[in-house]
Design a binder for this molecule. Structure first.
Ligand code: SIN
Ligand code: FE2
Length: 212
C-alpha cells in the first residue's frame, strides 16, 4: 500500500513562525552525510560536559565561523574547537545551501548561518527541553535537519511548563522556527534502537544558527 506520507509532503505549520518541512532534505541526503563525514574527520564527535558536570548523551561537533560548546564554565559560541585548539571546519557548501533554502521555504528569505551544530544520537541518547538562547540576537531562525533514525521532537512554548507538541521526525525532515517561536522550548526524546539504511543505529541532526 502506498504510504500516506506521500500525499501530505508539503510544509506543515506548527506554530506562528515555525514550520515542519517533511522530506525537504531528502534530495541532498547523501551530499549532507558526506559533508558530515568530512567535518567530523577533522573535528570529531565528542560528549560535552554540562555546566553542572554531567556528560551529555548526544555527541557533538560543529562547523562554520563559530561552534556551540559547553563545559564547566557554561554554554557559549567559540571560534575555536577547544578539543583541537583550532578553528572549526568551514561550513560545507551543501550545508549552507540547504539551510538557506529551508529557511526561505519557511518564510525566512535572508538566513545567513554562521554556525552549524552537528548532533549525533545513538539509541537512548536524548536532549532535554531547552531554549536556544546563546546567540547574540534572535532575529534569525533556527534550521534543524534530521538524518538517520526517526526521533520524537518535542516542541513546546515560551515557558518550560507550556504544553509540548510531539513531532515524529524522520530522515530528511527539516524544522524551522523563528519570529514569535524563536525562543520556544524544544528537545528530543530518547532515541529508539533501530537500523537506518544510510546511518545504521544513529540519528544525525544539523542545527543551523546565526550566532553572531
Ligand atoms: C538541538 O536542539 O540542538 C537539536 C534538536 C534535534 O536534534 O532535533
Ligand atoms: Fe536546541
Amino acid at each position: 500500500m502506498a504510504s500516506l506520507a506521500q500525499f501530505d509532503e508539503g510544509p506543515r505549520p506548527i506554530a506562528e513562525g515555525a514550520v515542519w518541512l517533511p522530506g525537504f532534505a531528502l534530495p541532498d541526503d547523501r551530499a549532507l552525510l558526506a559533508a558530515v563525514e568530512l567535518v567530523t574527520a577533522t573535528a570529531p564527535f565528542r560528549h560535552l560536559e554540562t555546566p553542572g558536570g554531567l556528560r551529555m548523551s548526544v555527541a557533538m561537533s560543529n562547523c562554520g565561523a563559530v561552534g556551540w560548546v559547553s563545559d564547566r564554565r557554561g554554554y557559549r559560541y567559540d571560534s575555536r574547537d577547544p578539543l583541537r585548539g583550532a578553528p572549526w571546519p568551514a561550513m560545507p557548501p551543501p550545508f549552507r545551501a540547504l539551510a538557506r533554502a529551508a529557511a526561505a521555504a519557511a518564510g525566512y528569505p535572508d538566513f545567513d548561518p554562521d554556525a552549524c551544530l552537528i548532533n549525533r544520537y545513538r539509541p537512548a541518547a536524548r536532549l532535554s527541553l531547552h531554549q536556544d538562547r546563546d546567540e547574540q540576537d534572535f532575529s534569525a531562525p533556527i534550521v534543524s535537519v534530521s538524518l538517520g533514525l526517526p526521533a520524537v521532537f518535542q516542541f513546546g512554548g515560551l515557558k518550560r511548563a507550556d504544553p509540548v507538541q510531539r513531532l515524529p521526525l524522520v530522515h530528511g525532515d527539516v524544522v524551522v522556527w523563528g519570529g514569535a517561536s524563536r525562543l520556544r522550548f524544544h528537545g528530543v526524546l530518547a532515541l529508539k534502537d533501530g537500523q537506518h539504511p544510510l546511518l545504521g543505529a544513529q540519528r544525525i541532526n544539523l542545527t543551523f544558527r546565526r550566532a553572531r
